[in-house]
Ligand binder design. Structure first.
Ligand code: CO8
Length: 256
């Protein structure tokens, strides 16, 4: 069976499942290629409006595959060009919801942070333990984690390698929602389904502006927001949404 499974469990929703249970879903090269391909395809598929990314009950992903890196040299790591594979996930224009049970460590925590929303089970653990195997985060951990939780929590996690519980992650702003372990996937799918029912152009503009704006000066970010807001007035879905409100009926969005 493939190490990454792609399903369409609900209307407008794709489910991407990492499937290496015997290795705690460690991200080997093959998994990363398959994830990049899946997100590239789903990003282009018009009928897909939201994506849920998950692992299994024990692990979302326990990091990059240590056995594949242990003997590598610096130039070999450079030539693997893995940042291009991560970029394919980051560039997905559709909202991505990480459904996290169990371990989200190292590259697994970084993968979860590529998502737009993180639903965590009560037993989930988030951490950047790379320091314990002689390295440091290499797929955005020093940057995305710091942007999410601030310098002091990020330094604590990355310098000690100690994982935090789902509740601690929630308190520091690293996850969107904590639910009982058994409800993680269903909660993520329901959230994806509700986003999939929203006007898709507005959804994509919100994701693009929010992420691009985080890295821009405030005035530039506000301009990005204004332009995207204005652009939406050229969509049929804006006319439909407002007309439906006025006529007190449910809107029917077309994605145009
Ligand atoms: N890589 C390779 N194999 C792994 C990994 C991993 N990250 N994690 C678990 N496994 C394997 C184990 O080796 C074991 O295999 P085997 O049965 O053949 O011995 C199997 O999965 C089950 O693991 P455990 O027996 O250890 O299971 P436990 O439930 O007792 O423990 C843990 C689970 C706590 C997750 C433990 O396995 C662990 O500590 N794993 C390593 C976590 C870690 O250090 N992650 C960071 C890796 S480095 C990284 O992610 C760098 C990212 C940089 C970006 C990428 C750029 C290329």
């Amino acid at each position: 069976m493939s190490e990454v499974l792609v399903e369409r469990p609900r209307d407008g929703v794709a489910l991407v499942r990492i499937n290496r249970p015997d290795a705690r879903n460690a991200l080997n090269g093959r998994v990363r290629v398959l994830l990049a391909e899946a997100f590239t395809d789903l990003g282009k598929a018009a009928e897909v409006r939201a994506v849920v990314l998950t692992g299994d009950q024990n692990a979302f992903a326990a990091g990059a595959d240590i056995k594949e890196m242990a003997e590598a040299g610096a130039s070999e790591m450079l030539l693997r060009q893995t940042h291009l594979l991560w970029q394919a996930i980051a560039a997905c224009p559709k909202p991505v919801i990480a459904a996290v049970n169990g371990f989200a460590l190292g590259g697994g925590c970084e993968l979860a942070m590529h998502a737009d929303i993180i639903v965590a089970g009560e037993g989930a653990q988030f951490g950047q333990p790379e320091i314990r195997v002689g390295i440091m985060p290499g797929a955005g951990g020093t940057q995305r984690l710091t942007r999410a939780v601030g310098k002091f929590k990020a330094m604590m996690m990355i310098l000690t390698g100690k994982p935090v519980s789902a509740r601690e992650a929630d308190a520091m702003g690293l996850v969107s929602q904590v639910v009982p372990d058994a409800e993680v996937l269903d909660t993520a799918l329901k959230t994806a389904e509700s986003i999939a029912a929203m006007p898709p152009v507005a959804v994509m503009q919100i994701k693009e502006v929010l992420l691009a704006g985080m890295d821009a000066p405030l005035a530039t970010a506000l301009m990005l927001e204004r332009k995207a807001f204005q652009l939406l007035f050229d969509t049929r879905d804006q006319k439909e949404g407002m007309q439906a409100f006025i006529e007190k009926r449910k809107p029917k969005y077309e994605g145009k």
